[in-house]
Design a protein around this ligand. Sequence first.
Ligand code: AMP
Length: 415
Amino acid sequence: MKVLVIGGGAREHALCRSLSQDPAVTELHCAPGNAGIAQVATVHPVDQLDGAQVAALAGRLGAALVVVGPEAPLVAGVADAVRAAGIPVFGPSAAAAELEGSKAFAKDVMAAAGVPTARSYVCTTAAEAAEALDAFGAPYVVKDDGLAAGKGVVVTSDRAAALAHAAGCERVVIEEYLDGPEVSLFAITDGTTVVPLQPAQDFKRALDGDEGPNTGGMGAYSPLPWAPAGLVEEVLETVLQPTVDELRRRGTEFSGLLYAGLALTSRGTRVIEFNARFGDPETQVVLARLRTPLAGVLLASATGSLDQLEPLRWDEGAAVTVVVASEGYPDAPRTGDPIEGLAEAEADGTAFVLHAGTKADEDGRVLSAGGRVLSVTATGTDLAEARERAYAAVDRISLKGGQHRTDIALKAATA
Ligand code: AMP
């Protein structure tokens, strides 16, 4: 099977790594890719938001499967263009990706499907926003309605700051604050059958102790030893299946990866948000534990045959990923610095380095090219061992001004 992956971050590197280890995959391509992906796939300089370009490339390559990684191409209709060309694609249509592209749409689907989520108001004026803030009280949760790369949400007890964020957005969703730990649960679906993956937890704040600004994610781990037994089954029954069924009922069938961001509150499990694609950096740890070859799973979603898939097999151990970000991330990331120690980080075979924002220069040196630069990932028999291995690998890497959190999976590993 020839496979083309769209995207160029650590999530796509994780997808490409798993696909490259699948014996069914005879050729692996990625567009646009990055310096790390280029080591396991042939990379192509294509505008990932241009459906016609992506479909043409897939046709030229004779791809049997196209996997769309990031949200922006999905919302731009890249999966529709590939599907229209008669090529199986893993990823929802633009209409179904609105589940992530519009928080207001997601709320409407959840209400119709009876999915538990925070109570909310959609506001377009300052007066409406003020009224909604006062209806819920502090802490305030204000969400930009559109895509914002995980940075459109402000959670604050400062009413003025909440109002200021609302004023900066065209349309906002203001909702009640959800207490309790967060869980990311991914599911593969073909629009009818839903196959949940193993839960993971990510770390959104830039600094240790969940301090500092929100980021795209600074690390993740799986499994969650503290999570209640039966969580995955409960979420499948109360969240994932009803959502997929409701979208099918509306004629906007959702196939691909349905990501539920959940809060385990004192009043029960609530959906914080849906995403329409693999989450980054949780994908890095979830795929590190998946034993079933990946291509067949994604193809079954793309071709509507998930009901025939054997149950997924998982590594019983743990995985931890630590994001190395550039100086100034997330506000003003500095790029263009050489990264040293990549081979050394992988030398003992206990960890691997997934590239996020990197590029190779003319001399083949790897340079930082984005805010999040690397996802250093390790597996182990338990979280403590996976953590130790991931941080040992991080310590062997040098990037001028590079920053990472030192407490990824710490609480879960020592609990
Ligand atoms: P989102 O982009 O919707 O995932 O939001 C980003 C982060 O903001 C989440 O991971 C939560 O940490 C936080 N957040 C979002 N909605 C709520 C809420 N209703 N209550 C508390 N925290 C929230």
